[in-house]
Design a protein around this ligand. Structure first.
Ligand SMILES: Nc1ncnc2c1ncn2[C@@H]1O[C@H](COP(=O)(O)OP(=O)(O)OP(=O)(O)O)[C@@H](O)[C@H]1O
Ligand SMILES: [Mg+2]
Length: 251
């Protein structure tokens, strides 16, 4: 079993879109669990689940009130979702005085029967993201092709380093994923080149192009493969899945 956290404290960089579509692509070959750790519940919505359908969420699981198999929602035989609920909004406070509060998710994910678990983090470096990094074998950081991309990367990499030192020495950086890429924009090309220079192999060779179908699919409760199987978005997330499989096999 390989657990991968998809995180970046910056909002709107494609974390949720990546967890949903990469997870869908992986589930063709591998038994996969998606975990929504964001109180906004964007991943839960995108998977077509209404908040009224959510009986138990990642919050109850972290609180130790439910086991994962009781709380997951099967999207297919090989793709399951552990949904979010509004309770996550108060998780920082509710868990603040618990012993081992950084390990709650790790404990909950032990001994499950999945090949891959993808964790969709909220746009902050608070306790939920720290729980994700503590539970994970690897970190995937989506970054938008814009001027501040590199500066933002430093902060998440520092957090990764602190978690490695204090909580999870085996956490590794799987890679940085460039999203919303538009090669017609010179700024995008410059940022991509800057990232390639400073990150080398740590930048995924696959990048996710700016593609309107990716923005439309969630409102239909569908992944890109169900919504527009021939779109750039489907091509890019299909390619990412292959690169992801190759990279995780080396860890
Ligand atoms: N490559 C893309 N091209 C076009 N639109 C995209 C692309 N990736 C994501 N989007 C859209 O951009 C918005 C932000 O993406 P997403 O929700 O995945 O980001 P996020 O990092 O999870 O945001 P948050 O930090 O709020 O959780 C969404 O409306 C999504 O549908
Ligand atoms: Mg999100």
């Amino acid at each position: 079993m390989h657990v991968c956290a998809v995180a970046n404290q910056k909002g709107g960089v494609g974390k949720t879109t990546t967890v949903h579509n990469l997870g869908m692509a992986l589930s063709r070959q591998m038994k996969t669990l998606l975990v929504d750790l964001d109180a906004q519940g964007n991943l839960t919505d995108a998977c077509g689940l209404a908040s009224t359908d959510v009986q138990a969420s990642s919050y109850e699981v972290m609180a130790g009130d439910r086991a994962v198999p009781e709380a997951v929602f099967p999207l297919s035989n090989t793709l399951h979702l552990l949904p979010a609920s509004r309770d996550l909004a108060v998780a920082e406070l509710a868990f603040a005085t618990r012993m081992g509060r950084e390990n709650l998710l790790k404990k909950a994910l032990l001994d499950l029967d999945y090949d891959y678990i993808l964790l969709d983090c909220p746009p902050s470096l608070g306790l939920l993201t720290v729980n994700a990094l503590t539970a994970a074998h690897s970190l995937l950081i989506p970054v938008q092709a814009e001027y501040y991309a590199l500066a933002g990367l430093e902060l998440i990499q520092q957090t990764m380093q602190s978690v490695r030192e204090a909580l999870n020495p085996s956490l590794s950086l799987l890679g940085v994923l460039l999203t919303f890429y538009d090669k017609r924009k010179s700024l995008n090309r410059d940022v991509a080149e800057g990232l390639r220079e400073s990150l080398g192999d740590m930048l995924f060779s696959t990048c996710i192009r700016d593609n309107v179908a990716l923005a439309e699919a969630p409102s239909n409760g569908k992944s890109i493969f169900e919504y527009r199987a021939k779109s750039f978005g489907a091509q890019d997330y299909g390619a990412l899945a292959n690169e992801f499989l190759a990279r995780t096999r080396k860890i």
